[in-house]
Design a protein around this ligand. Sequence first.
Ligand code: GLU
Length: 374
Amino acid sequence: MRKLTDFRRITVKIGSALLVENGALRRAWLEALADDIKALSDAGKEVIVVSSGSIALGRGVLGWPTGQLKLEQAQAAASVGQIALAQAYTEILAERGITAGQILLTLGDTEERRRYLNARATIGTLLKMGAVPIINENDSVATSEIRYGDNDRLGARVATMASSDCLVLLSDVDGLYTAAPQKDPNAVFLPEVAMVTPKIEAMAGSAGTAYSSGGMKTKIDAAKIAQSAGTTMVITSGKTMNPLSGIDKGARATWFPAHSTPSSSRKAWISGALKPKGSLFLDEGACTALRGGSSLLPAGIRRVEGDFSRGDAVRIIDAHGVDIGRGLIAYDYTEAALIIGRNSREIEAILGYSGRSEMVHRDDLVIGAVEDEQ
Ligand code: GLU
C-alpha cells in the first residue's frame, strides 16, 4: 500500500465544499487538516496547499448566498473571500508553529516560462524556510479566456511546477469508479489507474456529471498532467476529519502513479521539448563547476549569443566549443551580455536591481544527454 509519507514534497488540493458550508468556514475541519499538515512537516515532508473556497466564502458576505453567479460577481466574491481564507490558514497554521504564505496565480503564471520561474522560485524559497505556500487562482483578475476555473488542474500545474512528487485531491469523492456509484450498483471502485486511457476518460465523464460538481473530468485531466510530469496523484474523500493521515491509515483512495520522477521529466522537458534560443560559452572553471553539480554563475561565462528572454532554453557550450547541455536562463539577452564575466555581487550595480545570482540555476540545468535539435 502506498503512503503519503513515502513522498517528499506533497501538494494538497482542497475543494470548496470541504472548507465552506452555508457561506461559513468549517473551522474544525481545517484545524484537523492543519494537524495533518503539521504531522507531515514534523516527518520532514514539504507541503503545498492549493485551496479553493474564496468564492464560496465571499458570496454570502456580498449578499449572493445561492444561485449561479455572473463572472464579475464571482470575481468580487473571490476578492472578499480570499482575505478570509488566507486569514484562516495563517491563524490556524500559526497555532501549530507553521508560517503560511499566499500565492495567487493565473493560467499565464504557470504556462509562461518567465513567470513560471518566478512562481517556482517563490514556492521553493517558502518551502526552504519551512513555510507552507497557500495557493489559489487569482480569480478576481483572471478573465474567462485565461482562467483555469477549477483548482484540480491548477493543483496539477502547481504540483508539477514545484516538482512535487505527490498531489492529493481532497474533494467529495473518494476515488474513481467504473460508473457513478449512486446510480449503478455494478460500479466498481478502482484503487489504481496506471495510465489514463480513453476508457478511463469515458468512465470519468459519466461519473463526474453524476456525483460531483467539480467533476471527475477535471480530476482525470489533472491526473494526466501529473503522471506525465513525474507526480503521483491520489484522489480521496475529504469529507472525514484528518483526511491526509487517513490515507496512511488505509482510507479509500484511487492512486495514479507517476510515470517518471519530477526531476527526470523536468530534465527531459528542458533538454528535449524546448528549442534553444541562444548559447552560453563557458570558461574551464565553470565547466568543472557544472559537472560537479553547481549552478552556472555569470562569472564563468565568456560570451553569450542569441535572442533569448528570461526563462528560455539556451545551449551550454564548453571552453572547447562543445555543446554540453541545456539550461533555462534567468536573464534576457541584453542583461546577460552586461553581467557575464562579473561577480554576482556586482549584478545590482550593473543592472540597477538585484537579480538572481545564478545565470542558470542548477535545477534548470541539464548537462550531457542533449537531444538532437530539429
Ligand atoms: N478558485 C475558486 C475559489 O477559490 C475555486 C475553483 C474550484 O473550486 O475548483 O473559489
